[in-house]
Design a binder for this molecule. Structure first.
Ligand code: FES
Ligand code: FES
Length: 152
């Protein structure tokens, strides 16, 4: 039995010891906003926050994150600047990659509230969006920074 704290709620799940966090979130907890893309830590679709930091849930065993604060896209408040900025800039195309992208951005901006253009490219370079929304992701990040009133 594993006990996980996800979006502020404690869940107890019975899964094989090597089950990844991604599949516990999706299959056991039915929080399907977290997506499966590559399964090998390369694309970012499965990104969640663990103690506030963006991590790829397809490469982490659920048992290893007992006792940590896990946040999925469902747990990011609607009022969060990243969610508001994504709507303002209409960043999403098919949407498949975007829960992971938004959580990576939320983690990035919590570490670096006023990033430079180079820092944005550097931090977001490892996400794969098959719809090619990268320029809109960049605009979304700038909008989120403005919404926090910290830009400039
Ligand atoms: S599904 Fe986890 S990084 Fe691609
Ligand atoms: S919006 Fe379609 S894969 Fe990114």
């Amino acid at each position: 039995m594993i006990s996980l704290k996800v979006n502020g709620k404690i869940y107890k799940v019975e899964v094989p010891a090597d089950t990844t966090l991604l599949w516990v979130i999706r299959d056991s907890l039915k929080l399907t906003g977290t997506k499966y893309g590559c399964g090998i830590g390369e694309c970012g679709a499965c990104t969640v926050l663990i103690d506030g930091k963006a991590e790829r849930s397809c490469t982490i065993s659920a048992a290893d994150v007992e006792g940590k604060e896990i946040t999925t896209i469902e747990g990011l408040p609607e009022s969060h600047p990243v969610k508001r900025a994504w709507i303002k800039e209409q960043v999403v195309q098919c949407g498949y990659c975007q829960p992971g992208v938004m959580l990576q951005v939320a983690s990035f901006l919590s570490e670096r509230p006023t990033p430079s253009a180079e820092q944005i490219i550097d931090r977001m370079d490892d996400i794969i969006c098959r719809c090619g929304t990268h320029l809109r992701i960049k605009k979304g990040i700038h909008a989120a920074v403005q919404m926090t009133g910290k830009e400039g």
